[in-house]
Design a binder for this molecule. Structure first.
Ligand SMILES: C[S@@+](CC[C@H](N)C(=O)[O-])C[C@H]1O[C@@H](n2cnc3c(N)ncnc32)[C@H](O)[C@@H]1O
Length: 388
């Protein structure tokens, strides 16, 4: 089987963007399937029985069933595909094409649901480019994230964030924030795709924003690069965590994304030590918006976060909480804890009778290639004060 017959290089096979309005649905679907085949391999190595019955260990490419692979020479197929995948020219051609396709999606002559499925697929493929980092000497991983910004009602663009995921110590079980987790990757993409859904397009220009358990800082840095496109000109953006090594890595990541390291417009991000179980008195009712992703992984976390939000959130503010749903037994039941701590009798009340409640709940499906194997999806909670 010839690789060039089955997997076409993007530069010679993708439909021309100049004539996007005349692209048919099958043409676009074939183009996206081809890109997904090339650039979306599964990460975990797998064992596979070859036609000769020998066990060989190869990277499961995720583009064909095991039986299908076994009929050909799997290693040749994988090697050919890997060569195409690593071709820098083809990679940047594919990224440019996907980014333009998403930002000009309105020109495509498709029904709304077809269009939205195509955009999701294109975003998913783009996320694979973000998710392949390169290792440096001390096993830290440099990761480049790219999130397309939808054109309505803000100007289109792409938010690029470069992060260092530091190696975990192996001895300190509390240093999880040295790495970027699927919840913040998924949520950052969503904020860029739908900023109005999260109330980001009508914030006061001097809004005060706090991220809790910020880890490597992806959400804060995405916001810092998104705000200039939304005309939110002078927000106070504070990324907080309680772990000293995590805060140090977070500061390095902010430097990575700020002048002179980059010319991208960016709002300054301040870091601060903040423990959910004891938020500082000085920050009472100071936040117009709170963000926290993958922060509920022990039974006490939901209660701490509820009380912390009660303390920090302005009466008109919103708290966006993203809870990771994991398959492992150790984490069973934890995604239900936010709702348990916000049951009617447990809801915090302020002196004026306002009640802090979950206003909306949504399940975000896991995207292939984003997040660890045991992550099954993400619960998104919108939390705010209500007057009854
Ligand atoms: C699983 S990591 C998620 C990090 C980041 N939000 C992400 O999604 O990549 C959980 C984060 O919560 C922080 N954390 C845990 N307990 C905390 C507490 N009591 N107060 C503040 N931060 C805490 C950890 O240091 C870590 O950065």
């Amino acid at each position: 089987m010839s690789i060039s017959k089955r997997w076409l290089p993007p530069s010679s096979s993708l439909p021309r963007l100049r004539s996007l309005h005349s692209v048919t649905e099958p043409q676009l679907r074939t183009a996206l399937d081809n890109l997904q085949t090339i650039y979306c391999p599964l990460r975990l190595p797998t064992h596979l029985v070859t036609s000769k019955g020998a066990i060989s260990s190869i990277a499961d490419s995720g583009y064909a069933s095991r039986d299908e692979l076994a009929e050909d020479n799997p290693r040749d197929n994988e090697d050919g595909l890997a060569a195409l995948r690593l071709d820098e020219f083809e990679r940047s051609f594919a990224v440019r094409w996907l980014t333009s396709m998403i930002s000009r999606a309105e020109e495509l002559p498709f029904e709304e649901d077809v269009l939205s499925a195509m955009i999701d697929e294109a975003s998913l493929i783009l996320s694979y480019f973000s998710d392949t980092g390169c290792e440096n000497g001390d096993d830290a991983l440099i990761r480049d994230f790219s999130f397309p910004v939808r054109p309505f009602p803000v100007s289109a663009g792409t938010i690029n964030v470069r992060l260092k995921d530091a190696p975990l110590s192996g001895t300190d079980h509390t240093d999880a924030g040295l790495q970027s987790w699927g919840a913040s990757i998924h949520f950052s993409g969503l904020m860029c795709a739908q900023p109005e859904r999260f109330g980001l397009t009508n914030l006061p220009s001097n809004a005060s924003i706090i991220e809790l358990g910020a880890g490597t800082g992806l959400i804060s840095l995405t916001l810092a690069k998104l705000f200039p496109l939304l005309a939110v000109t002078s927000p106070a953006l504070v990324a907080t965590d309680y772990h000293s090594a995590v805060l140090e890595n977070l500061r390095a990541n902010i430097d990575f994304n700020s002048p002179p390291a980059t010319a991208d417009p960016i709002i300054p991000v301040i870091t601060g030590a903040l423990d959910w179980s004891a938020p500082p008195a000085s920050l009472r009712s100071s936040a117009h918006m709170l963000f926290a992703a993958d922060v509920v992984y022990a039974p006490e976390h939901a209660t701490w976060l509820r009380d912390c939000a009660t303390h920090l959130l302005d009466t008109d503010g919103l708290f966006w909480l993203v809870v990771t749903v994991r398959s492992s037994g150790k984490f069973e039941g934890l995604p239900d804890t936010p709702e348990a701590v916000f049951k009617e009798d447990n809801c915090p009340r302020d002196a004026d009778g306002r009640v802090l409640r979950i206003l909306e709940k949504d399940m975000l499906l896991k995207k292939r290639g984003v997040g660890r194997e045991d992550e099954k999806g993400y619960m998104l909670f919108k939390i705010g004060w209500t007057s009854v």
